[in-house]
Design a protein around this ligand. Structure first.
Ligand code: AMP
Ligand code: MG
Length: 649
């Protein structure tokens, strides 16, 4: 039932690749149909060693718990009928039997009418007794007798056999994950060994000539193998037992040998890379030789993640994840983890998703299921999911991301305000204590470092000044760093605040033109003259900034309507501008002095701008906000800012 017929040589392969792209749902349905039903692999484990495992079989109680009727209090076992008339004013006198029933004592004498037997909490009720009276409601009354001042109802202070657990009752169902409570239940009925789902052995292989394992030196065109580490950890996080077999070069024979070895010793094989068009894309060809039915889906309508390849070889799933680490993450968490857990007899992961509101509209391509990385923050009524970087090649953006959401293939957007399900990259996400949304500045890290050292989690999301203001007005952040110049009042920031926001002065930073030292088009000129010279030279390429950035407003004013080459290259940070110039992708751009100097570039100062904070007044009382204000005012921050080239306000 392979949708991508397996060709005999690589030429036809190239033509057939992705000929039939399946929807996410079709691909999953076909994969599941090829894999299930199947028995859950199981093993016997001693009770203590079963912690965290999933039960492979139901557990039926082999005994009653408690195994006998037993006393709940320290006192006397009695016949309740004897005490019908007892009261404070009319105590009833009974004779004491000479048994004393402690825990673990087997009673020898019956309780006859008019008698009582001393019994401790947990002691087995003697024959004839139907209730226990508390020692506090009795008093000695001469030789071997007591007086009882309370009536007793039948069954009083007695736990009957089987009242906690009845023999034959199903105690725990297959699939239950064993925790301390479940261990206690088994121990109470004497179960010492359990049949649990065996951890699924998942072989992990990375593919690509360019891959180097972390810890080894990186050659000029090499990159570190990220997927191997990610997939290994994610398998282990989900109840599997990953066996990482390293990165294999793009060599058909070597790869086939590695895949055969991997399959022989494991329940499942996960590869990454080598599934898109390209000379080294071999793994899917090899799969055809490894067992039936082979490839189930190759090419799935995902964005990113289209090259995903799903196969089954003699009953074992073989998955080839896309090479880009973020694509590998999305597809693995969204499509493979649920299958892995089902194969391993584990329930779906309840801690792996949360519901959160999307504050902005997210555009999406029709016809492909789209994954969007998000960063979670606390809102007034629940969690908010901010979309972060969308590029499939970027691993850096998942340093800021908590998880991802999925936009249906039939939708061309996700509307602002949508409640979306977010799949977490790592469960137990800690929502940040302080949320800063707006313009990014390297100086900010110098201030928030103090908060991080104090154990507070700070999340700063770079969306530009205007985006930050909008988030602050919606109450989605604590602080919005802004640097916005108002033409009318010729002043910074304050005119933009509006109701509910107040200004916290930050620092001044010199904005200017950045260029490579020695470039005669800029060297020795003033910023304005340099830009005029640059505009006059058609070979001169600029690098711009994103819409909504304060710096962008300055650039547009300086360009006065001109659109030089490079105008549409609009990165989102000061550092990216400096990198573009340093790496000769552009000749000039606008950035702040500390960033230009750190990159070893020339700098022509233009204007000192005010980098301040719009504080959401309603959130001012929060401890993390107070901590931030203190850190900002501290001598330590001011010194650090000055050293880095900023001028604290
Ligand atoms: P491929 O599908 O092999 O062409 O890979 C697509 C992209 O992902 C390339 O830029 C690869 O260098 C990159 N890539 C593939 N495998 C890995 C990996 N294990 N770790 C990091 N990047 C990878
Ligand atoms: Mg590759």
């Amino acid at each position: 039932m392979a949708n991508a017929p397996v060709p005999k040589n690589s030429e036809t392969m190239d033509q057939d690749q992705f000929l039939t792209v399946l929807s996410r749902e079709d691909a999953l349905a076909r994969f599941e149909a090829a894999l299930f039903p199947r028995p859950v692999p199981s093993e016997q484990r001693q009770l203590a060693g079963a912690l965290g495992c999933a039960l492979a079989q139901d557990i039926v109680a082999p005994i009653d718990v408690p195994p006998f009727d037993r006393a709940n209090v320290d006192g006397f076992a009695v016949r309740s009928a004897d005490l019908a008339s007892a009261g404070e004013a009319a105590p009833v006198r009974v004779k004491l039997n000479d048994d004393i029933i402690a825990c673990g004592t087997v009673p020898t004498r019956p309780v006859l009418s008019g008698t009582a037997t001393s019994i401790a909490t947990g002691g087995p009720l003697p024959r004839g007794a139907d209730a226990v009276v508390m020692i506090e409601h009795t008093q000695p009354a001469g030789h071997r007798a007591i007086e009882i001042r309370r009536a007793a109802s039948p069954g009083q202070f007695v736990s009957y056999a089987g009242s906690d657990i009845a023999r034959g009752e199903t105690l725990l169902r297959a699939g239950t994950v064993i925790g301390s409570r479940e261990i206690g239940i088994c121990a109470a009925c004497g179960v010492s060994e359990l049949a649990v789902a065996r951890r699924l052995r998942v072989a992990v292989i990375s593919t690509g000539d360019e891959l180097v394992q972390p810890g080894r030196p990186l050659g000029p065109a090499d990159i570190y193998d990220t997927n191997g580490a990610i997939v290994t950890a994610a398998v282990n996080e989900n109840g599997g037992e990953a066996v990482f077999l390293g990165a294999v070069a793009d060599d058909e024979d070597k790869l086939e040998a590695a895949m055969r070895d991997a399959l022989a010793t494991s329940d499942m094989l996960v590869l990454s890379g080598g599934t898109s068009k390209g000379a080294g894309d071999l793994s899917h060809r090899i799969i055809a030789r490894l067992g039936k039915p082979g490839i189930i889906a190759h090419g799935v309508a995902l964005k990113p993640g289209k090259p995903l390849c799903l196969a089954v070889c003699d009953g074992k799933p073989v998955v080839i994840l896309p090479g880009f680490p973020t694509s590998a993450m999305f597809t693995f968490h969204d499509m493979i983890v649920p299958l892995l857990r089902r194969m391993a007899g584990l329930p779906p992961r309840s801690d792996a998703t949360v519901t959160a509101r999307v504050p902005v509209r997210i555009a999406s391509e029709l016809g492909r299921t789209e994954f969007v990385m998000v960063s979670l923050v606390d809102g007034a009524d629940g969690l908010i999911a901010y979309p972060t970087g969308k590029g499939s090649g970027a691993i850096t953006s998942f340093a800021q991301a908590d998880g991802f959401l999925r936009i249906d293939a039939l939708a061309d957007q996700m509307r602002a305000g949508t409640e979306a399900e977010v799949t977490l990259f790592t469960p137990h996400v800690r929502v940040p204590d302080l949320v800063i949304v707006g313009s990014h500045c390297t100086g900010l890290d110098l201030v928030t470092a103090q908060l991080s050292r104090a154990g507070l989690v700070v999340r700063s999301i770079a969306v530009g000044s205007l985006g930050g203001l909008a988030a602050a007005r919606r109450g989605e952040c604590d602080l919005a760093p802004i640097h916005l110049f108002d033409d009318k009042t010729e002043s910074y920031n304050t005119p933009f605040l509006g109701e509910g926001l107040e200004l916290v002065p930050g620092w001044r930073r010199m904005q200017g033109i950045v260029f490579r030292n020695g470039d005669p088009r800029f060297e020795g000129l003033g910023a304005e003259a340099a830009v005029r010279a640059a505009l006059a030279d058609p070979a001169c390429i600029m690098v711009n900034r994103n819409q909504g950035a304060g710096t962008r407003i300055l650039i547009d004013r300086l360009l006065a309507g001109a659109r030089p080459d490079g105008y549409w290259n609009q990165p989102k940070s000061h550092n990216a501008v400096a990198a573009a110039v340093a790496q000769h992708r552009a000749d000039w751009g606008m950035t702040i002095a500390p960033v230009a100097h750190a990159a070893g570039l020339g700098f022509l100062p233009l204007a000192e701008e005010h980098y301040d904070f719009a504080l959401v007044t309603a959130r001012k009382h929060r401890p993390a906000v107070q901590a931030f204000l203190q850190a900002l005012a501290s001598g330590q921050s001011r010194t650090a800012l000055e050293l880095a080239g900023f001028r604290p306000a």
